[in-house]
Design a protein around this ligand. Sequence first.
Ligand code: ADP
Ligand code: MG
Length: 246
Amino acid sequence: MIRIERLSHRYQLGAKSKDRSVSVLHDIDLHVKEGEIVTLVGRSGSGKSTLLHAACGFIRPSSGRVIIDGQDTANFSEGDWADFRRQRIGVIFQSFQLIPSMTAYENIELPLVLEGIGETERNQRTNQLLERFGLAGYAEHYPGELSGGQQQRVGIARALALKPRIVMADEPTGSLDSDNERQFLDTLQQLNAEERITFLIITHDEHVASIGHRIVRIEDGRLSEIASPRPLASTASAQQQEVSSR
Ligand code: ADP
Ligand code: MG
């Protein structure tokens, strides 16, 4: 579902000088299968956000390929990426990125408006999401009138508004207390199990990491797989066994 091939990235520092650059990702290969949850861990500065930003088109990698849902993104313009993200990828940011002049309701509804979805369906979907994320009482609140955890939940709900097949998240639970984190992880596993949504999630938190079918570590811009708590294939066959033993 997400195929990253030999991806390297180097940030240019300053305007012109070529020698002032920093190499952040080295030959990264990562394949996230449909219906899989991969969690990405690593120290601060190890390149996690850069990798995620390259995977969803916020930065153009120095080299390598990103193929998502069978689509090679090499020739995408910024506009192509914006449309593609809106339609296929739910992105959850570390810093929420809510629009301050819009209410919680309007923030969640925004992708539905941009996609030209009719008012009745928008209403229904937005209210469903507000409900699901415990925000029903906060629909008319502006981001500045919400706690960090509530803002984060608005960001998560917005990412799910168009029912993406893929969700990429950068530290999605960073501002959640343990109750809200538990709830978020339950929702995520439910979406994964029921709708086969594919997840790529950056995290510091070992609870979050442990929900991955696979846990991948990034260190100095290089990847290594550190654990497969519940590999996807065996999960599927376990489910099959469960079904056939009923
Ligand atoms: P992480 O998310 O794992 O903390 P990042 O991907 O944000 O790591 O950063 C990896 C490295 O790249 C860090 O050393 C950081 O300073 C550097 N870096 C990140 N963004 C930029 C940028 N826009 N310009 C230059 N260097 C950057
Ligand atoms: Mg980061």
